[in-house]
Structure formats: structure tokens, C-alpha cells
Ligand binder design. Structure first.
Ligand SMILES: [Zn+2]
Length: 430
């Protein structure tokens, strides 16, 4: 029995490899610069796939909508969570942050027992991950509890990330500023958290994200690209949510450990602590906590949680643009969103306008009259040639970051680039 499974698993690994190569051929022809259409984010699938085949694969990347995070993978910045643990009752049915390898949107293609493949993937990954990291994340604030959370974090000298609601940020601007000033991460958690307004249609979600973005940009003086979906993405987001938010440059962050502090009101601190300690330890932990109204018990639980991870040898990291998104496995949209061509047009227009508002112009557009860009599939770099014969390469460096090699001619190296969802942008400098 055991041997039989191993053989099946081995065959499946070869199949995954072959399927990856097929995608490589399909997409090498400049596909990476093409506009990707929604196929779900599938990022966790790609990661697992990588782990099994152990080769850089910007090609599979190019075939996927989850382009940015996959590029991180392709460039060796491997920070994958080996195995995630759905914990509390509130956690959606099956939100494994790293699902077993599956080819995008064809679940159960192979007859491989999931556990076997996952095991193989995990052991490979484990050796690539140098240290243990915990991202403490606080949702639904700021509230009157947030300053207490900040005091505790300062006392323990650890950092966290706060996914704030626009309406709360409006009421407590000084707290938002303090979060940033003290070196913590800041993310967008929509304006009012009302599922009914967020998940029936993309523009409902977008309106709240945009409104919150305006508030946070005003308060912090810079673009806040981290985004957490109220309730998480699982069965709330459809593929187009991922696509358009990705195009807008948002980094969507679910979690892989739920402290259980919001599964009902006033979950006692002891229960929150127990829940955290019960969870199997992953190399990277993204812990869901809340600092919204009514979360006094989370504040009370925090010292023990910090001490627990410290004792286990974790370092406390802040989420930023370089942080690889932790995204739940894709699940069928339970809201049955109805898309029409006109809704897609609206979404595209909103996203493009948003990028421009933040000063980002599509690279191809910027290059009109200046030069050309081509995708070097082998090197996984974009090659930009300016009319004055200056050539430079844009190297996806992790997350949205892009490294520039060569001399970016006309602005003496002051050009700034980013990549979101297969699209390169250039920051228009004054
Ligand atoms: Zn929330």
C-alpha cells in the first residue's frame, strides 16, 4: 500500500513537471507582458508546484493571474508557509494558505493523495526557509484598544500590522499616524466591513477600498497597498476580485492562524491564548487578531501570545510590499456575483484611474515615442530600449518591487518601476 502510494506520488510529480513545461511553451511568447485574465490567484498552487519541481518558473507564473507573488517565488525569495492550519470555528471551511499542489482551476487532476504531495512540498520548502517568522495582524481598528496594543508592542519591542477600517481611521487619525510612526504595518480593511455591501459586486468592494485608500493616503502621505478582505477571501472573493485588486497594486493578505478572538463576542483571553498555542507551528505564521471595539480580551491575551512565539524562536515581522501574500485557497464564490461586460469596463476604468492617481503610468504607455519594451523569457526580465540607445532591464525583485539593471537613461536613475499583475508601471516623477 505504502509503496503503491509512493509510486503514484512520483508519477504525479512528473505530471506536474510536464504540465508546468507545457505552460512554459504556451506562455513564453511574450505572455508575461500580456494582460492576464482572471484564473483565480492560485498562488498557493503555484508555490506548491514550484516546491515539487524545484525550478524557477516565471512561465507558469505568466499563465497565472497571481503573477506578482509567483515572481517572488521565481526569484528565489522563498518564504512559503509549509502547511497552514484552519483553526477557529469562524475560519472558513477550508482556508489552507498553502493548498496541496493542484493545477490551476482543475482540482483533483491527479489521483495523488493530497497529504503525500504536501509532505514532499513542505520538506523541500523547510530547507529554503531560514528562520521562523510571525506576523501579528490586528483587524477592525483603530478603536480605544489600539493604543493599548501599541503600548504592549512597544514594551515587548515587537512589530505588528494593522488592517484598519476607513470609518475608524477617520475617527482616530492620530492612532493611524502612531501606528506608522512606531514602525508597524498598515493595511486597508475596507471602509465599514459590511459583507452585504462588499461581496455582491466588485464595485461595492472597490468603492470602500478606494474610500479607505483616500483616507490612509491622506493620513500617512503614501500609498497603502496591503489589503485584507473582511472575513477573508475564501468564498468571498471571486477570480475577478483578485484580478482587479491585483491590477490596482493591492497585496491581499489572508492569514494562516486564527486566534479565534472574534468567533463570538468577548472570547476570554485564556481561550485566545489556548487557541494560539494549540495551533501547529508553521515556519511563517500570520496570526489573525482584532483590535476593534469590544476586543479588550485580545489586548489581555497579547503578552502571553508574544511570549509564546518568542519562546519558540520566532521573530516578529511587519508586513510590507515585499511580504509575500498569504492567500487562502480559492473557493467558489458564495455570493454568486453577476458580472457583465459593463461591470468589467467599470472595474478596469476604476483600477486604471487609481494607478494614475497614485502617479503610476503603464510602462508601454510611458514608452510611446521614447522606446520599446520586450520580455526576455529566459532571463525573466523586461528589456527596455530607449530611442537614445540606452538599454536597461527591469527585474521583478519580489512583491511589487522591480530592480533596474543598466542605466535608466533620461532621468539619471531616478525612475521608479513596479509590477502588478503582469503589468509594469513607471512612477511619473515631477
Ligand atoms: Zn475584520
Amino acid at each position: 500500500m505504502n509503496v503503491a502510494w509512493k509510486r503514484i506520488a512520483a508519477v504525479a510529480v512528473v505530471m506536474l513537471l510536464l504540465m508546468g513545461m507545457m505552460k512554459l511553451e504556451l506562455t513564453d511568447g511574450g505572455g508575461a507582458m500580456a494582460h492576464a485574465h482572471a484564473q483565480g490567484t492560485a498562488a498557493p498552487d503555484i508555490e506548491a508546484d514550484n516546491a515539487v519541481t524545484k525550478r524557477p518558473n516565471a512561465a507558469i507564473t505568466a499563465a497565472q493571474a497571481g503573477i506578482a507573488s509567483s515572481l517572488v517565488q521565481a526569484y528565489g525569495n522563498v518564504r512559503t508557509i509549509p502547511a497552514a492550519m484552519p483553526t477557529a470555528a469562524e475560519t472558513p471551511a477550508d482556508p489552507n494558505a498553502s493548498a496541496a499542489p493542484k493545477i490551476a482551476s482543475t482540482p483533483n487532476t491527479s489521483a495523488v493523495p493530497e497529504a503525500k504531495v504536501q509532505e514532499a512540498a513542505s520538506s523541500k520548502l523547510a530547507s529554503n526557509v531560514p528562520d521562523k517568522v510571525v506576523y501579528l495582524t490586528f483587524d477592525d481598528g483603530p478603536s480605544k484598544w489600539t493604543p493599548e496594543v501599541l503600548d504592549l508592542l512597544a514594551k515587548y519591542k515587537v512589530k505588528a500590522t494593522f488592517f484598519v477600517l476607513g470609518q475608524s481611521a477617520e475617527r482616530a487619525p492620530e492612532v493611524v499616524k502612531r501606528i506608522v510612526r512606531e514602525g508597524h504595518g498598515l493595511g486597508n480593511h475596507t471602509y465599514n466591513h459590511k459583507y452585504e455591501e462588499l461581496y455582491h459586486s466588485f464595485m461595492g468592494f472597490w468603492t470602500q477600498v478606494k474610500k479607505t485608500d483616500d483616507i490612509l493616503t491622506r493620513l500617512t502621505g503614501k500609498q497603502v497597498t496591503l489589503l485584507r478582505a473582511p472575513g477573508g477571501t475564501y468564498t468571498n472573493f471571486d477570480a475577478f476580485y483578485f484580478q482587479y485588486l491585483g491590477e490596482a497594486g493591492f497585496r491581499i493578505m489572508d492569514w494562516n492562524v486564527d486566534s479565534g478572538d472574534s468567533k463570538r463576542s468577548n472570547v476570554p483571553a485564556e481561550e485566545i491564548i489556548r487557541m494560539v498555542k494549540q495551533t501547529k507551528l508553521a515556519k511563517e505564521v500570520t496570526l489573525l487578531l482584532h483590535d476593534g471595539a469590544g476586543h479588550e480580551q485580545s489586548v489581555k491575551a497579547l503578552p502571553a501570545i508574544i511570549e509564546y512565539y518568542k519562546a519558540k524562536g520566532y521573530r516578529f515581522a511587519v508586513m510590507n510590499e515585499e511580504t509575500k501574500p498569504v492567500t487562502f485557497r480559492f473557493g467558489a464564490d458564495k455570493w454568486h456575483k453577476a458580472w457583465t461586460p459593463s461591470l468589467h469596463q467599470q472595474a478596469e476604468a476604476a483600477v486604471t484611474a487609481f494607478q494614475r492617481e497614485h502617479g503610476w503610468m503603464p510602462l508601454r504607455e510611458w514608452l510611446v515615442g521614447k522606446g520599446t519594451v520586450a520580455w526576455d523569457a529566459k532571463a525573466h526580465e523586461a528589456v527596455v530600449e530607449l530611442a537614445d540607445t540606452t538599454t536597461f532591464r527591469l527585474i521583478p525583485a519580489g512583491g511589487q518591487a522591480v530592480k533596474v539593471a543598466g542605466t535608466p537613461g533620461e532621468s539619471n536613475g531616478k525612475l521608479s518601476f513596479k509590477i502588478t499583475h503582469n503589468q509594469f508601471y513607471v512612477l511619473k516623477t515631477a
